[in-house]
Design a protein around this ligand. Structure first.
Ligand SMILES: C[S@@+](CC[C@H](N)C(=O)[O-])C[C@H]1O[C@@H](n2cnc3c(N)ncnc32)[C@H](O)[C@@H]1O
Length: 630
């Protein structure tokens, strides 16, 4: 009888428990701050931290109307899910790339558990807030509902939201309210040695820098890159021709992040010569004097021919005399062809870094310009209506350069772009992998923002991205098939899985409904079968995968067991069973597989508490660490 009270845990369908994890960590570190209700006593925490806490009233920092709501937006759990769409995907079964159609705030929330600390590079190109671009209206209590309205999934008509105009009294605040929660959630996904690159222009660059200082930490600022985006100045500009955009880069942790060095260009290589046939190989020389004051940098040196040299007035040697003599003895001082010129320091190619560190000025000759990006887009998408060519599209070469700096070719690095637009980042990942034989993977998120004029099969920017990336896949697959080079191997992960944001497959108990007989009864009825109508086993499977913290490309194997079906995830680490009628035989067979975790449908037990208790016991004895029902 005692066994009948045993219950599996309920899988929390509303959790993306990042904040809860942080609170739990604080409670672990400072047990004295736990209040009776298991909450956190902030005053005691301040005492525990002692002098490390700044209790002054005036603080340096950034504030704007709506900032407090941003925290609620971050903490409000997503009630959405990502439904797989194999019919819109390319090579669904083999690819590890993802294109998610939907609002990126919801998508970032849904990805939190499965991709926490796994992303090597994030590149985003958010709306610049020029006054013409659309800023997504987040409402923290109804964020998914807003999206469903937008895409016409609740109203018959999809609702167009307006642009954020200058006339709006909250012009910058709206943009900041949109960006803050997204950057906050994105940071959680970055690896310790990862970095984020953000395209922006002068409309919001100063706000973006301050925002990033707050989210990523000022100490993690790496650089602001200037991208020369036009190939000829705009003489029609009223004051200045705006020739560049910025790309702001922050590391998740500067101590752990290093850029991949870029190959030394031919010109740089040619600077290394060997006129004195030095056995250490080619070298280049640099000035040994500088204007910087150096107390030990004023002395005279004599060449072999007896000529005396000292720094010009106001200059100093960059090394002290004893160091100079040591370098000279080691043949590292160059006195010129004739042995009697101003001495210079030799730097050997064999001793300098393998490649060159990236510079902050990126010229269009190397990374492309806006006209190039539009041409690329037209080439791959084949628009009938050029109005649809969005202005903000970036050249693939630009994103490729970011990826060269931020990723290792063969480490399976994940690249995330949650403002994917027309798919440039996905294109760049595939193209770079094809060039260097790499195995980088991408995750792109894009809103189905309507095109100005729908045309053959293309209604939204998300459609454009899918068409472009599938054509890139076609092109690269053909090239790979024709090539015998090792680097162009077919395992290059050519394809993408499409997922679409939708309401959760499970109707959740709505605690907000008025506690009146009629509404409560209606809610109870809705809850009897709590799987949303029209949802397929695959929909449920991927939702459970995310809730259980597995990436969306985890291998899943469908197996027959005791006359029923189960899904073995990640080689059997997790078993998911979506059977509506569970049997003891099936439970025993699942337990015999010795999975770490098991998830079953609650209705599978059909109210049979004895069977449920047996399941808990059976799994426990076979070492299953977590058994949950939904
Ligand atoms: C500047 S464009 C990106 C262009 C992209 N880099 C390219 O080369 O095509 C920004 C994109 O973000 C999308 N976007 C805006 N708000 C979004 C949201 N809340 N969720 C997902 N995408 C969003 C817009 O539809 C737009 O296509």
């Amino acid at each position: 009888m005692k066994d009948a009270t045993l219950q599996p845990e309920k899988l929390d369908l509303r959790s993306h428990d990042i904040a809860a994890d942080k609170v739990a960590e604080l409670l672990r570190l400072f047990p004295e701050i736990r209040t009776e209700g298991g909450k956190l006593d902030f005053e005691r925490l301040k005492l525990a931290l002692g002098e490390a806490v700044d209790v002054g009233r005036e603080r340096y920092g950034m504030n704007w109307p709506g900032k407090a709501e941003c925290f609620k937006t971050i903490q409000a759990p997503s009630v959405g899910t990502l439904r797989p769409c194999p019919e819109e995907s390319v090579n669904f079964d083999t690819t590890e790339n993802l294109i998610i159609e939907g609002d990126n705030l919801e998508a970032l929330k849904l990805l939190q558990k499965s991709y926490l600390g796994k992303v090597k590079v994030i590149y985003i190109d958010p709306p610049y807030n020029t006054g013409n671009d659309f800023i997504y209206p987040d409402d923290y209590t109804e964020s998914l509902h807003t999206y469903l309205q937008y895409t016409g999934q609740v109203d018959a008509e999809g609702r167009r939201f307006g642009t954020n105009t200058d006339a709006d009294g909250r012009f910058h605040s709206k943009w900041l309210n949109m960006m803050y929660p997204r950057l906050y959630l994105a940071r959680n996904l970055l690896r310790e040695d990862g970095a984020i690159f953000i395209s922006i222009d002068d409309h919001e660059v100063d706000n973006l820098r301050k925002l990033c200082n707050e989210v990523f930490g000022e100490e993690n600022f790496v650089a602001t890159i200037l991208w020369q985006k036009v190939f000829s100045p705009k003489n029609t500009a009223r004051q200045f021709s705006e020739d560049h955009d910025y790309i702001v880069c922050y590391a998740r942790n500067t101590a752990s992040w290093t850029p991949v060095l870029l190959p030394r260009g031919e010109a740089a290589q040619e600077r290394y010569v060997n006129p004195d046939s030095d056995s250490r190989g080619p070298w280049s020389s640099s000035d040994l004097t500088a204007r910087n004051y150096y107390a030990e940098g004023q002395y005279e040196v004599k060449s072999k021919s007896g000529k005396v040299f000292k720094p010009a007035v106001g200059n100093y040697w960059r090394v002290k005399q004893s160091k100079f003599e040591e370098l000279d003895k080691d043949g590292r001082i160059w006195w010129g062809e004739n042995g009697g010129s101003m001495p210079r320091l030799k730097r050997f190619l064999s001793e300098v870094k393998e490649g060159v560190v990236p510079q902050t000025l990126w010229k269009f000759e190397e990374v492309g310009h806006t006209q190039e990006s539009k041409k690329e887009l037209i080439e791959y998408v084949g628009f009938e209506n050029t109005d649809n060519v969005i202005d903000s599209v970036k050249p693939t070469r630009l994103v490729k350069k970011l990826l060269k700096i931020g990723t290792q070719p063969m480490a399976g690095d994940i690249v995330l772009d949650f403002f994917l637009g027309t798919g440039t980042t996905a294109h760049a990942v595939l193209a770079l992998n094809a060039e260097d034989g790499g195995n980088r993977r991408f995750i792109g998120v894009q809103l189905p923002e309507p095109l100005i004029t729908p045309e053959s099969g293309l209604r939204t920017i998300a459609d454009v991205a899918r068409r472009r990336v599938s054509r890139v896949v076609d092109e690269l697959s053909k090239e790979a098939a024709q090539s015998f080079e090792f680097t162009k191997n077919p395992s290059q992960n050519l394809g993408f899985r499409v997922f679409k944001l939708a309401e959760s497959n499970f109707t959740t108990w709505d605690a907000q409904v008025p506690h009146e007989e009629g509404t409560l009864l209606a809610q109870l009825e809705k809850h009897v079968d709590h799987i949303r109508e029209g949802r397929e086993p695959d929909d449920i499977l991927y939702e459970l995968l995310l809730k259980s913290g597995f990436p969306l490309t985890t291998p899943i194997e469908k197996q027959s067991l005791a006359g029923k079906s189960i899904y073995c995830v990640a080689g059997g680490a997790l078993v998911i069973c979506l059977e509506q009628a569970l049997t003891l035989e099936l439970i025993r067979a699942i337990a015999a597989l010795k999975p770490e975790r098991v998830v079953c449908l609650d209705e599978g037990f059909a109210g049979n508490d004895q069977l449920k208790a047996n399941a808990v016991q059976t799994f426990k004895t076979k070492g299953v660490t977590s058994f949950k029902t939904v």
